[in-house]
Write a protein that binds this ligand. Structure first.
Ligand code: ZN
Length: 154
């Protein structure tokens, strides 16, 4: 097997789970709580959207297994500063990465590509997707929200 990649995967996952990036909470942001009862993972995601729906800032707090926390940490690094279109594209690409056979993972996923291996472990897919599901909810809430929107459901 690919030992180098396995080692890289482990070191990146461990690094991010031990020292999560963008850890914390944002004021005036969309807050989403997500949990994955089958593993005991939890996450509180704060996303600050710009007027055009871009991800201006994103932070998370959470606890649980290394995969769930590393995925959240890597996700926040990648999403920060992205336009809504790019953020949605990344969400879709990451979901594909961990659920289907992807020969060449898109480069924009960066180190997130190292999580590709969780595909072989269905229980782990939920861990890896936890933060992304929370982000998906944040997107939906920002689009629909509690406020009156004139946009159509596209
Ligand atoms: Zn987990």
């Amino acid at each position: 097997m690919n030992t180098d990649l396995d080692e890289l995967y482990q070191s990146v996952v461990l690094d991010h789970s031990k020292r999560p990036r963008n850890f914390g909470e944002l004021a005036d942001a969309v807050q989403v709580h997500g949990d994955n009862p089958s593993c005991g993972d939890e996450i509180d995601l704060s996303v600050k959207f710009g007027p055009e729906g871009a991800v201006e800032d994103v932070k998370f707090k959470g606890m649980g297994c290394a995969i769930s926390q590393a995925s959240a940490s890597l996700m926040t690094m990648k999403l920060k500063g992205k336009s809504e279109t790019d953020a949605r594209e990344m969400l879709r690409a990451f979901h594909d990465l961990v659920t289907t056979e992807v020969a060449e993972p898109p480069r924009m996923l960066g180190d997130l590509r190292l999580l590709q291996g969780v595909r072989r472990f269905p229980q782990r897919v939920k861990c890896a997707m936890l933060a992304w599901r929370a982000f998906e909810q944040a997107l939906a809430r920002n689009a629909g929200g509690d406020s009156v929107s004139t946009e159509t459901d596209a």
